[in-house]
Design a protein around this ligand. Structure first.
Ligand SMILES: [Cu+2]
Length: 157
C-alpha cells in the first residue's frame, strides 16, 4: 500500500503528539499525586452513618457566618431531603454516597457534582436569590433514579 509522504508525516506527527500527551498526563498524575477526581477526602462508604459529621447530615453554621451542609446520597434519596438556608448564605456542600455513584445538581446555580462512594465531594455556593431550589441526581443510579431529588429552601431573613 502506498502512503503519500505528507500523509505519512502527518500520521507520525499525530502519533508522536499522542505519545507526548500521554507522557505529560502520566508525569503530572505521578508528580502531583493526582487521583480522580482530584483532591477529595476519602471516607469508608460502609461506615458513613457512623462517621462524623455524616452521622448527622444537615446544615451547620460556622463562627464566620458561613454554612456547611453535609449530605448523604443513597438509592434513591438525599439526606437531608430539605435544607433551609437564609438568603445571602455562603454554603459549602460536602456530599458522599453510601452505595453507588450519584449526581448532585442544583439547576440555576454552579452546584454540579458527582457523588462517588468512598469520596467526599465539595462545592461552595452563595444563595443570593430567595426561593425553592430543586436538588436532583443527574447520574443514573438505578430503577428509582427519577425519584431521587431534594429541595433547598432559601428564605428571607
Ligand atoms: Cu440517580
Amino acid at each position: 500500500m502506498h502512503v503519500h509522504k505528507y500523509e505519512r508525516a502527518w500520521l507520525i506527527f499525530g502519533l508522536a503528539m499522542l505519545a507526548v500527551f500521554l507522557c505529560l498526563l502520566a508525569v503530572a498524575a505521578v508528580s502531583n499525586d493526582i487521583v480522580p477526581p482530584s483532591g477529595m477526602q476519602q471516607i469508608d462508604p460502609s461506615t458513613v452513618a457512623r462517621t462524623p459529621p455524616f452521622d448527622k447530615p444537615g446544615l451547620r453554621r460556622l463562627p464566620d457566618g458561613s454554612y456547611e451542609a453535609y449530605y448523604v446520597a443513597q438509592v434513591f434519596s438525599f439526606n437531608p431531603a430539605v435544607l433551609t438556608v437564609p438568603v445571602g448564605a455562603k454554603v459549602t456542600f460536602y456530599v458522599t454516597s453510601t452505595d453507588v455513584v450519584h449526581g448532585f445538581f442544583v439547576p440555576h446555580t454552579d452546584i454540579n457534582m458527582m457523588v462517588i462512594p468512598g469520596w467526599v465531594n465539595t462545592e461552595t455556593h452563595v444563595f443570593r436569590t430567595p426561593g425553592e431550589y430543586l436538588l436532583i441526581c443527574h447520574e443514573y443510579c438505578g430503577i428509582g433514579h427519577q425519584n431521587m431529588f431534594g429541595k433547598i429552601e432559601v428564605t428571607k431573613v
